[in-house]
Design a protein around this ligand. Structure first.
Ligand SMILES: [Cu+2]
Length: 145
């Protein structure tokens, strides 16, 4: 019996198990994106990972999963997840819908297809405007409270 093969075999089996589990989770996420989109005040429900204040997702097709994202005032980290197939997006935050030029951007990041990016913002209490600059119909209100 070769003892050294046992842990390696175990690791390989565990790795395969993780890969299969991840495949199912991703497949479920990709096929389950339709929920929560239609309402005008749909609320993001993703649980933020450590260090992230709030999560927003780009979902099929050319939509954010919510048009209202609520965060506490102060420094926040927003994680934007692009799960909209092969489409590239960005996530940009502005003081208001009337102030959407590049110089007024409070923070933005490009997000390649199937990528996740984070934006750090320092927000006073109030309402802000977010959108995808690539697809301006993708928009919503960021509320700092
Ligand atoms: Cu977009």
């Amino acid at each position: 019996m070769d003892i050294t093969k046992l842990p390696i075999g175990g690791l390989i089996i565990a790795g395969l198990g993780v890969a299969i589990a991840v495949t199912f989770v991703v497949a479920f996420a990709l096929t389950n994106d339709e929920r929560g989109i239609s309402g005008e005040t749909a609320v993001a429900t993703e649980v933020p990972p450590p260090g992230v204040t709030a999560v927003i997702s780009m979902v099929p097709t050319l939509k954010f999963n919510t048009n209202r994202l609520v965060v506490p005032a102060g420094q926040v980290v927003i994680e934007a997840r692009n799960t909209d197939g092969g489409t590239q997006h960005n996530f940009a935050v502005f003081p208001s819908k009337q102030q959407i030029n590049a110089s007024s951007s409070l923070g933005d990041t490009p997000i390649c297809a199937n990528c996740t990016q984070r934006v750090t913002l320092n927000l006073q209490k109030g309402d802000y405007y977010f959108r995808c600059d690539v697809h301006p119909q993708m928009e919503g209100t960021l509320v700092a409270q």
